[in-house]
Write a protein that binds this ligand. Structure first.
Ligand SMILES: NC(=O)C1=CN([C@@H]2O[C@H](COP(=O)(O)OP(=O)(O)OC[C@H]3O[C@@H](n4cnc5c(N)ncnc54)[C@H](OP(=O)(O)O)[C@@H]3O)[C@@H](O)[C@H]2O)C=CC1
Ligand SMILES: CC(=O)C(=O)O
Ligand SMILES: [Mg+2]
Length: 760
């Protein structure tokens, strides 16, 4: 008998006390509501409430579609339950279902930026429930029904679908069916099975089970190969006990009467019933390489550890987050509603569900990005028995699934808004989840229009190769992979990266025909700085940063990215030996801090330790230039601990002097200082200085020294929940970007895109 494999143990687990503490800490529960408009002044109140609010009221009365423009309806989904089938815990009532419903609402927001509110309706009467929900249509863009027991859920959903003109979707039915079907397609592929001949048993004949069976039949699974079981055993033709019309529709022609008999020789078992429903003997009796989806929550019908004790050839999935292969509707409902809302679909139909199944199944077969690896304790999942379905933290889900759903809605005629440019819709979707993506979206777009050749100086490293591949895949240009070809190929092989795709080009420094030209160039630059010809030879032959930077200097590449294998200042010195500052410019580092929808440029976060007044003025100019190139109107604050002379002090003197230098230079952007950070960033505090020349809160902060720049950006990141991009190097004559050591592939590709943009 096989040992319990380490891979089958939960990757995390929580105690009951931890779960209670988590829900109780801070503000109890998991949800709060935040306004989207300022509500600070008398004028704000006049606009948001009386009298201003009357204007959209009249507009909506005249044209109901404008509710999507003037209210939150179009992005708002209600999660509604009566608590009659809470997970696999049974009927514990409406109130007890609230933690699950709050959880679903939070997942809507977290994964797909859909606003959502939970509504627990305290009735088990089907008509009362329907009457309660049917009149809520004006409030929501969609209704997500949850944890309502069968068969009531079937009646409730179908009646509400008739009565309401927005999507009504019972998640336990269709969400579960979509994910299970996607996992099943991949598990069949991995075990070499055909949909038409595979034998499947489904334990449970409630909401989730009936929908799963219906969906896989619609996708081509042979009805005669499926047996459903419930608490009374096999649902066979002619059975009368505990039946309803939904079970009857799937009654099997079989002699099997118990789950045990049904599972004997079965290829696939779906558990949508209750904890512990599968015994060791049942699992033992299944066919070779069985597919076991034990999806009951919170505890599966059988655990992966138990299965591993019985046999080692199974593909095993559960509904839980702490085992591999989580077949759970969390992978579906946020993204399916996202796509449906974005095209204002009147319903979620079969075409949209099947599109979601295919998109999910396909995604699991692709290489995963570092963000997923980071979310899963450094394990990189690869398509196989332990990874048949994407993981919930996969950032690609937000663009892959809604696009497929929206396209299917449009094609099947249920969309009330048509999206014509799906590629740009996919980019908008990524930006919804990732503030970096949204900030850099227009930059990426510009690079796509004028693709660039960027040299990835450390291409023997796996994350650099992934970034290069992503750079090429995103049509940003050609990624030049610098390194020893045999090592690059070995890394690519290990990572499953195909180097033969267009947009990737290997440059082997050792055999490049350009080596002599690069040595001559470098020797000419360094000979009066203590370097011999053989030193230049050594740097070009042995050092990737010098080779890459010289390539860029001599125009063999448009830009470079490096930094993974060497600390920042060393990499910067390497580059500086090969490339100068642009005439009249100074090389500095600017970090972008993204916090609650606000972007602030902070400088200098890379080069100058204790800048002089002259240098501070240069830093202000360079940072303002970058802000402008990235589409912002710069408002530059030169920061200090004091504000306009108070309290006076020697350290602020340098900053005051820098402002005077900018005055003399007659620069063409707004700037002022010296000022404290709250004056710079808070309109109200700034109003105490009516003479301040900034027209609004600063978006470029010039720090008095490197230590304050570094400390403040790191504090913003750790305490303020900000996302920080950079430092971005500006001022070099040729585009060069340096990442931090250990940067993820997505960080590297952002830096490569910024380098490419620098040359645009
Ligand atoms: N992983 C996922 O994403 C999801 C998992 N689920 C899980 O599926 C299960 C069912 O949920 P749902 O369909 O919403 O609930 P329902 O109440 O609608 O249905 C429950 C079904 O399970 C059957 N059942 C209960 N216990 C057993 C048992 N020991 N043996 C055989 N059948 C049994 C019931 O049989 P009978 O008809 O005879 O009463 C009924 O048919 C839950 O554990 C839930 O957590 C649900 C949705 C999503
Ligand atoms: C996951 C889920 O919705 C359930 O178990 O009911
Ligand atoms: Mg549920």
């Amino acid at each position: 008998m096989p040992d319990i494999d380490k891979k089958d143990r939960p990757v995390t687990s929580v105690t009951d006390q931890e779960a209670l503490d988590f829900h109780a800490m801070g503000r109890p529960g998991k949800l709060e509501i935040n306004p989207t408009k300022p509500m600070a002044t008398q004028r704000d109140l006049s606009l948001a409430y009386s009298p201003g609010v009357a204007v959209p009221v009249k507009a909506i009365a005249a044209d109901p579609q404008t509710a999507y423009d003037y209210t939150a309806r179009g992005n708002m989904v209600a999660v509604i339950s009566n608590g009659t089938a809470i997970l696999g815990l049974g009927n514990l009532g409406a109130l007890a279902s609230k933690p699950v419903m709050e959880g679903k609402s939070v997942l809507f927001k977290r994964f797909a930026d859909v606003d959502s509110i939970d509504l627990e309706i305290d009735t088990e009467n089907v008509d009362e429930f329907i009457n309660c929900v049917r009149f809520l249509g004006p409030s929501f863009g969609g209704i997500n029904l949850e944890d309502i027991k069968a068969p009531d859920c079937f009646v409730i959903e179908s009646r509400l679908r008739e009565l309401m003109d927005i999507p009504v979707f019972h998640d336990d039915q269709h969400g579960t069916a979509i994910i299970a079907a996607a996992g099943l397609i991949n598990a069949l592929e991995l075990t070499g099975r055909d949909l038409k001949t595979t034998k499947l048993v489904c334990n449970g004949a409630g909401a989730a089970a009936i929908a799963c069976v219906e969906l896989i039949k619609a996708m081509g699974f042979a009805p005669e190969n499926i047996i459903l079981c419930d608490t009374k055993g096999v649902i066979y033709q002619g059975r009368t006990e505990g039946m309803n019309q939904w079970k009857s529709a799937h009654a099997a022609k079989t002699d099997a009467r118990t789950l045990e008999e049904a599972m004997n020789g079965a290829d696939v078992i779906f558990g949508l019933s209750q904890k512990g429903a599968f015994s060791a003997d049942m699992i033992r009796s299944m066919a070779d390489r069985p597919i076991i989806f034990a999806m009951a929550n919170p505890d599966p019908e059988i655990t992966p550890e138990e299965v591993a004790r019985i046999r080692d050839d199974a593909i095993m999935a559960t509904g839980r987050s702490d085992y591999p292969n989580q077949v759970n509707n969390v992978l579906g409902f946020p993204y399916i509603f996202r796509g449906a809302l974005d095209v204002r679909a009147s319903t979620i139909n079969d075409a949209m569900k099947i599109a979601a199944v295919k998109a999910l199944a396909n995604l699991a077969r692709e290489d995963v990005p570092d963000d997923v690896v980071a979310a899963y304790q450094g394990n990189r999942p690869r398509f196989g028995a332990q990874y048949i379905i994407p993981v919930p933290f996969d950032p690609r889900l937000i663009s892959a699934i809604p696009v497929a759903v929206a396209e299917a809605a449009i094609e099947s005629g249920v969309a009330r808004k048509v999206i014509t440019d799906m590629a740009s819709y996919a980019r908008e979707l990524s930006a919804r989840r990732d503030p970096i993506a949204s900030t850099l979206a227009s930059l990426y777009e510009r690079v796509r229009r004028r693709p660039k050749r960027i040299v990835f100086a450390e291409a023997e490293e796996e994350q650099v190769l992934r970034a290069a591949l992503s750079y090429a895949n995103q049509q940003l240009g050609t990624a030049i992979l610098l390194g020893r070809e045999d090592l690059i190929r070995a890394t690519a092989e290990r990572a499953g990266i195909d180097l033969n795709r267009p947009g990737l080009e290997i440059v082997n420094a050792r055999i490049s025909t350009r080596v002599e030209a690069y040595i001559d160039y470098l020797y000419a630059r360094l000979q009066r700085h203590g370097y011999l010809h053989r030193d230049a030879q050594r740097l070009i032959h042995n050092d990737r940063n010098h080779f890459a930077a010289t390539m860029v200097a001599l125009g063999d590449a448009d830009g470079m990215v490096t930094g993974i294998t060497r600390n920042y200042s060393t990499a910067l010195e390497d580059v500086r030996r090969c490339i100068d500052a642009k005439p009249g410019h100074r090389v500095i580092g600017v970090s972008l801090a993204l916090c609650r929808g606000r972007t602030v440029f902070v400088a200098d976060t890379a080069v100058h330790d204790m800048p002089t007044a002259e240098e501070l003025a240069d830093i202000a100019e360079e940072a303002a230039g970058l802000a402008r190139r990235m589409g912002y109107q710069p408002r530059v604050a030169l920061l200090a601990y004091s504000t306009f002379g108070h309290p006076s002090g020697e350290r602020s003197e340098r900053v005051r002097e820098a402002v005077k230098i900018l005055d003399r230079r007659r620069v063409d952007f707004e700037y002022d200082g010296e000022m404290a950070a709250d004056v710079a960033l808070n309109r109200k505090v700034m109003e105490q200085y009516p003479f301040c020349r900034l027209s609004g809160p600063a978006n470029v902060l010039v720090m008095p020294a490197f230590h304050s720049a570094s400390i403040s950006t790191k504090m913003l990141q750790e305490l303020g929940g900000s996302t920080v991009i950079g430092p971005i190097l500006v001022g070099f004559d040729k585009p060069v970007q340096i990442t931090s050591m250990g940067a993820k592939d997505s960080d590297i590709v952002n830096m490569a895109a910024i380098a490419a943009y620098g040359g645009s």
